[in-house]
Design a protein around this ligand. Structure first.
Ligand code: GRF
Length: 207
């Protein structure tokens, strides 16, 4: 069983999607901890309901990013994760952590990357006037939302959408995409070839 650690900053609906897929046996893995970067998150309440240990590393209690990242890396080390899932984690991970866990960190982003990386992806999509958007699960590299894409799900952008309605339509797909990507990782079915992530066949273990 793979050891999964989730990092979140707020509401935690993606964390919940992963936790519930684990509970239903759809992901062959164990969530050994939720790490949050602030106090009082909805994600922590949800983790407690699932009996998942919560580690609060309150960013505001550290003198700076370096000290915070050190503590985060130490906590991660103590949890010995096979996979780190960024599920609405609102900080850029430092390069030391990314290097330690190369090809073992995934992120969910609410756009079809490489379009609209960074903050307010839904607002960016509306501003640009695209007709299709969606979500992307990708491996994390040292850039912003720039690592190899594992899977994407698309949604239409409607003429009367505002950032809230579009975000809601995308979020529904996120809750399918993230557990699916985590499940594939836990079955050792993902291979990274350059920028391309290959999904191995369940039966044969081949492409
Ligand atoms: C999601 O839209 C995710 O893609 C983005 O932040 C949001 C987090 O939502 N990175 P939640 O905390 O998982 O409910």
């Amino acid at each position: 069983m793979k050891r999964i650690v989730v990092l979140a900053s707020g509401r935690g609906s993606n964390f919940l999607a992963v936790a519930s897929a684990i509970q239903r046996g759809m992901i062959k893995g164990r969530c050994v901890g939720l790490i949050v970067d602030r106090r009082g998150t909805q994600a922590s309440v949800r983790a407690e309901e699932y009996g998942i240990p919560v580690y609060t590393i309150d960013y505001s209690g550290f003198p700076g990013k370096a000290a915070y990242e050190e503590e985060l890396q130490r906590t991660l080390g103590s949890l010995a994760p096979d996979l780190i899932v960024l599920a609405g984690y609102m900080k850029i991970l430092g390069s030391s952590i990314i290097r330690e866990y190369t090809d073992r960190i995934v992120n969910i982003h609410p756009s079809l990357l490489p379009s609209f990386p960074g903050l307010d992806a839904q607002g960016q999509a509306l501003e640009y006037g695209v007709k299709v958007s969606g979500c992307t699960v990708h491996f994390v590299d040292e850039g912003t939302d720039s690592g190899p894409v594992i899977l994407q799900r698309a949604v239409p952008v409607l003429d009367n959408d505002d950032p809230g309605t579009l975000a809601e339509r995308i979020l529904f797909e996120e809750h399918i995409a993230l557990p699916e990507a985590v499940s594939l990782f836990c079955q050792d079915r993902l291979r990274i070839l350059g920028r391309t992530v290959i999904r191995l066949d369940e039966q044969s273990g081949r492409i």
